[in-house]
Design a protein around this ligand. Structure first.
Ligand code: C5J
Length: 220
């Protein structure tokens, strides 16, 4: 076990059973013309974490530890996108509408892909998910079980939506979850802060949080 300084107390990282999950670092959430911007969000905070997420991926790649990348997206016929999701709010383009990066959040379209700086390497697992949580309507649970993974290190966007939902789903399934604070972001910095506090409250009720430097330091 490798002890990682974390909140609310040190995280005992097990190199034989850990995997990295990078949530939804897609062009549709980070780039102009994408889903995030159609909802009226300022993209600055989510763009800022790209170098930290890249460094975290490098840390796992260097050790040959498993890496999962999720993408929130939908089938071209929208059969996996409930109207309650598509019609929510007042974006200037809805899921499935044609934007500057193809159809918004549709599988296979340029906007639904992961940003080039964080492109998955051969052997890394890409999980397409129609919901906020990574276990809903995906096979990630079976894959993690088959690989003997019991601990998940999380990064990605947005902290209080898909990252937190996925962490909560994982926590309920018995995974120990560590969120890297500077490798996750929200369009709303206050929501990120609140999510970090919720996750580690009450003795790590959902999981632990730590800065990237603490994980790098622990791994040497
Ligand atoms: C959102 C996500 N915020 N990846 N998706 O709609 O957090």
């Amino acid at each position: 076990m490798i002890e990682v300084a974390a909140q609310p107390f040190p995280f005992a990282l097990d190199p034989a059973h850990v995997a990295l999950v990078v949530i939804d670092m897609q062009r549709d959430f980070l780039e102009a013309g994408g889903f995030g911007e159609t909802l009226g969000n300022d993209l600055t905070p989510v763009k800022q974490i790209v170098p930290s997420v890249a460094a975290l991926i490098t840390l796992f790649r260097a050790r040959g530890w498993p890496i999962f990348h999720t993408r929130e997206n939908h089938a071209p016929d929208l059969s996996d996108c409930p109207p309650a999701k598509r019609l929510r709010g007042k974006p200037f383009l809805r899921i499935g509408d044609l934007g500057t990066m193809g159809r918004i959040l549709i599988r296979g379209e340029p906007g639904a892909d992961i940003v080039p700086e964080l492109a998955p390497a051969p052997g890394e697992i890409v999980v397409d998910k129609p919901g906020k949580g990574m276990f809903y309507a995906t096979d990630i649970g079976e894959r993690l079980t088959a690989m003997g993974v019991s601990q998940l290190v999380f990064a990605g966007v947005t902290t209080e939506v898909c990252v937190q939902t996925s962490m909560r789903e994982a926590n309920d399934r018995g995974y120990e979850c560590l969120l890297i604070e500077d490798a996750t972001a929200s369009y709303f910095p206050a929501f990120k802060q609140a999510a970090l506090e919720m996750i580690r409250a009450q003795g790590a009720i959902v999981g632990w949080t730590t800065p990237l430097a603490a994980l790098q330091g622990a791994l040497g």
